[in-house]
Design a protein around this ligand. Structure first.
Ligand code: PGA
Length: 245
C-alpha cells in the first residue's frame, strides 16, 4: 500500500504564494507514483490549491472544519463548503488546536462526524504532551484520544479515516521521536483502531526514511518541512521508494 505524505502548512502562505508553490510542487513531483500526497493550506488558499493541482493526483485538505453543515457559527467553515471547492478531506484536532484553540475529544468527535458526513476524508490528530510523557501517561492519553476518534466513526466510514500520531513535544521543536518511540505509539494506536497511522513532529528529508520504514508507520504529517518544495518533494520520494521495496 502507498504511504500518505500530508503537508500541514498551518497559517503560512497567502493565495498568491500558494499558486507558485503548488505549480512548482506539481512540476517537481509529476507523475506522482507510489505515494499519496496531500497539502493542507489555509482556507484562503484552498481554491487556488485545488485549481493548480487539478488532475495531478495531489489532493487538497483543509486544516479544520466545523461539524455543522451550516448555521449561526460566525467565523467557521463547514464540510460541505469545503467539498464544493474540490477539497477532499480535513485535518481534525491538530495539537495546536487542542492546546491553543479549545479543541477537546468531544469537539474533535463532532468534527470528524461532520467531515465524514460530507463525504470527505479525515486525518485525526492525537499525541501526548511532554509533561504527559514524563509523567508516564502517554499510553493513557493516546488510549483516551484514539477511543474518542474510534467512537465517532461508523464502520462504513472507516476507509476514509487516517490517524496522525504527533507527540506534542516533537512538533516544531526539531526534536523527533525516535523510530522506536514512534513505532511503540503506532502499535498501541493500531491495537485500538486499525486504520492508516501517520507520524508527525519534525519530519524532515534527513529523518524521513528511518521513521517511514517502521512497520506501523504508514506515512507522515509534515509541518515546517512541507513549506519548501524541495524538502517536501524529497520526503514524498522517500515514501515512494519505500513502497516499491
Ligand atoms: P512540524 O509540524 O513538522 O513542523 O514539527 C508537524 C505538525 O504540526 O503537523
Amino acid at each position: 500500500v502507498a504511504q500518505l505524505i500530508a503537508g500541514n502548512w498551518k497559517m503560512f502562505k497567502t493565495a498568491k504564494e500558494t499558486i507558485s508553490f503548488c505549480s512548482a510542487l506539481r512540476a517537481r513531483l509529476e507523475p506522482v507514483e507510489g505515494v499519496d500526497v496531500v497539502v493542507c493550506p489555509p482556507y484562503t488558499s484552498l481554491d487556488e490549491a485545488v485549481g493548480v493541482l487539478a488532475g495531478s493526483g495531489i489532493e487538497v485538505f483543509a486544516q479544520n472544519a466545523h461539524w455543522a453543515a451550516e448555521g449561526a457559527y460566525t467565523g467557521e467553515v463547514s464540510p460541505p463548503m469545503l467539498a464544493e471547492l474540490g477539497v477532499t478531506g480535513s485535518l481534525v484536532a491538530h495539537s495546536e488546536r487542542r492546546q491553543l484553540l479549545a479543541e477537546t475529544d468531544e469537539s474533535a468527535a463532532q468534527r470528524i462526524g461532520g467531515v465524514l458526513d460530507a463525504g470527505l476524508r479525515v486525518i485525526a490528530c492525537v499525541g501526548e504532551t511532554e509533561v504527559e510523557r514524563e509523567a508516564g501517561e502517554t499510553e493513557a492519553v493516546l488510549r483516551r484520544q484514539v477511543e474518542a476518534v474510534r467512537a465517532a466513526v461508523e464502520a462504513g466510514d472507516r476507509p476514509r479515516l487516517t490517524v496522525a500520531y504527533e507527540p506534542v513535544w516533537a512538533i516544531g521543536t526539531g526534536r523527533t521521536a525516535t523510530p522506536e518511540q514512534a513505532e511503540e505509539a503506532h502499535a498501541l494506536i493500531r491495537g485500538i483502531l486499525d486504520v492508516p497511522i501517520l507520524y508527525g513532529g519534525s519530519v524532515k528529508p534527513e529523518n524521513a526514511e528511518e521513521l517511514l520504514s517502521q512497520p506501523d508507520v504508514d506515512g507522515a504529517l509534515v509541518g515546517g518541512a512541507s513549506l519548501d518544495v524541495e524538502s517536501f518533494a524529497s520526503i514524498c520520494e522517500t515514501a515512494a521508494s519505500l513502497s516499491r521495496l
